[in-house]
Design a protein around this ligand. Structure first.
Ligand code: RBF
Length: 337
């Protein structure tokens, strides 16, 4: 056989084998720092990974819920990573980059993607932070317009509440300042009442704290407290007051009580990131920030609850603010974390 023919055969074998050598379906580990149930930010991460896996036959996905004891997360992440043999470990939480960075020397080749977080400089880690100052501003502006309105559930006190699971830098430097700036844009006299639950699951205590804020004059409350938000819903419904929500479409849980939801498109972010994550050139080592303009934060303003629950003037003012953000006239630079 002539030499060129050998080359052709060798080339043919290589071409046929190459996809299985270089593009074997990935094995993905999903580390949930909490539980999936009741926390849409985690559930939507897992859904995005599952959607990706459904489009790439053979993809292996292991989802691990690390639970609410944060002291155990580092050890659990270490053993999950060590035993999983994953091509990629994907997670979501602002406190995870520091854990991942501590693990890096143990797993020098392990790739990580961490959403809802900021951490540049680790060559195996890519993070995506949502501009939650922007998210807080839009929903704060809306809440402020409601508290000074003559809507049925609004009182004369210019007071809005927030119920948070715990304090953390993203909450203190992005979400609360954004929300407060939104309130003040509606009326500088509006006061913000922030209560801290101390965990992400205690619905009974969430109901008590929500009631206490309502008794103190709050007529609109933003709960950011995971599955404990069920307690906030109960208390707001009992008192005929309003809620606004972060993270996902929650209208169905309490139509008429939940006036607005401003979502993070975490499922879409997971799906689109995974489509790129196994290709050469994926920007591991970098930290990305996304917001309304990029399509990853969205006020769900087409829902009937929103359309029917809010007066047209409020909807128009909020739509105008979003337009200002989209065209760049209203900007929310993200502070360092
Ligand atoms: N958000 C949830 O919805 N459920 C949780 O269990 C949860 N746990 C968190 C634990 C820590 C240590 C931190 C810093 C944040 C947590 N969050 C949780 C908040 C989440 O990262 C995000 O800020 C909010 O969901 C608002 O988008």
């Amino acid at each position: 056989m002539a030499k060129p023919t050998y080359f052709r055969i060798a080339f043919l074998i290589f071409t046929l084998a190459a996809p299985s050598i270089f593009a074997a379906p990935p094995k993905i580990g999903v580390f949930i720092p909490g539980v999936r149930e009741g926390s849409p930010i985690y559930d939507n991460l897992a859904k995005g990974v599952e959607r990706y896996a459904a489009t790439v036959p053979g993809t292996v996905v292991r989802i691990f819920e690390a639970g609410f004891n944060q002291a155990e997360w580092e050890e659990k992440l270490t053993s999950f990573t060590a035993t999983g043999n994953f091509d990629l470990v994907i997670t979501s939480n602002p406190s995870l980059p520091s854990l991942i960075n501590r693990l890096a020397p143990l797993f020098p080749r392990q790739k990580f993607i961490n959403f809802d977080a900021f951490g540049a400089g680790n060559p195996n880690l890519h993070t995506v932070l949502y501009n939650q100052t922007e998210q807080g501003y839009v929903i704060g502006y809306l809440a402020g317009l409601v508290t000074v309105s003559d809507m049925a559930g609004a009182n004369s006190a210019k007071r809005v509440g927030m119920l948070i699971g715990q304090r953390y830098p993203v909450m203190d430097r992005l979400i609360i300042p954004g929300f407060e700036r939104g309130l003040k844009a509606a009326d500088p006299a509006i006061q913000l009442d922030v209560r801290v639950l101390g965990n992400w699951y205690d619905a009974t205590k969430a109901a008590e704290l929500t009631k206490s804020m309502i008794d103190a004059g709050a007529d609109v409350i933003l709960p950011i407290c995971g599955s404990a938000s069920q307690g906030a819903i109960k208390a707001a419904q009992d008192a005929g007051k309003y809620l606004v929500f972060f993270d996902s479409d929650e209208y169905h849980r309490a139509p008429k009580t939940i006036l607005a939801c401003i979502a993070l498109h975490q499922e879409e972010l997971a799906f689109s990131s995974l489509n790129e994550a196994f290709k050469p050139g994926f920007p591991y080592g970098t930290a990305r920030i996304v917001g309304i303009k990029e399509g990853y934060i969205e006020l769900l303003d087409r829902h009937p609850s929103y359309q029917q629950g809010l007066p047209a003037q409020i909807r128009a003012k909020v739509a105008a603010a979003i337009e200002e953000i989209k065209n760049g006239r209203l900007r929310f630079p993200v502070p360092t974390l």
